[in-house]
Design a protein around this ligand. Structure first.
Ligand SMILES: [Zn+2]
Length: 238
């Protein structure tokens, strides 16, 4: 077993603390673009909903215009028939035109009812669009503010990260290269926790018991030992 000084163990623990902090900040920074993207896509979804409402409003207005045009055409047709009435010579012809006028008027009256219904729908659709647009403005303001907070978080995260990395590099210069190599090897399979405390014979990395003899040796000697189960480097608090 390699001899190791208490000082080197403490530096390894410190190195690990820095690296855990670095990983935490890094994952927070990495998660921010996703959060910002969610905000933007939420707003886009909202915009699309409003757009659909506006499209159906414009369809309703188109329908209203077509009803209006139809009513006007019918009015002209009635006027024309009324002029014809003055020129007819037979009662039969007269009755036929009257019947025609009556039918045109009936159609117009039906269209007028539909026009009123359509106007009601336009009214409520307009209110709905207005309401949703106001809601959108409030939401967009809140979301943009949240986005700025996330962006500021990312900036301060990057600053903390630089500081931590500098501290980590400083610690690295104080640790024996061979020990760093071993630490990194263990780290690569131990999910970021390479050195762990042993408490009451239990490895805090895997929660398994280590042999009592090893536990005693950890207290007595300055030897680097690894957990027989998870292979992490071990230390005890003296
Ligand atoms: Zn273990």
């Amino acid at each position: 077993m390699k001899k190791i000084t208490r000082d080197q163990i403490e530096l390894l623990i410190e190195l690990q603390e820095q690296e855990v902090a670095v990983a935490k900040i890094q994952s927070e920074i990495d998660g921010l673009p996703v959060k910002i993207e969610q905000i933007l896509s939420g707003l886009k979804e909202f915009e699309e909903k409003i757009l659909i409402k506006k499209e159906s409003l414009s369809e309703l207005k188109k329908l209203y215009r077509s009803y209006d045009a139809e009513i006007q055409t019918n009015q002209e047709r009635v006027k024309k028939r009324e002029e014809q009435l003055r020129l007819v010579t037979t009662n039969k012809e007269y009755q036929a035109i009257l019947k025609e006028i009556d039918e045109i008027k009936k159609t117009s009256s039906r269209i007028e009812d539909e026009t009123i219904e359509c106007l009601d729908k336009i009214d409520s659709a307009e209110n709905d669009v207005e309401e949703k647009e106001a809601e959108y403005l409030t939401e967009a303001a809140a979301m943009n503010q949240q986005k700025s907070v996330f962006e500021a978080d990312a900036d301060s995260g990057r600053r903390s990260l630089d500081k931590l990395l500098a501290q980590r590099d400083k610690i690295l210069t104080k640790i024996e290269p061979e020990l760093i190599k071993q630490y990194e090897l263990v780290n690569s399979f131990a999910r970021g926790i390479a050195i762990v405390q042993v408490k009451d014979c239990i490895c805090m990395g895997c929660n398994m018991n280590i042999p009592p003899q090893m536990y005693n040796e950890l207290h007595r000697e300055n030897e680097l030992k690894t957990c027989p189960h998870c292979h992490r480097m071990l230390y005890v608090i003296q």
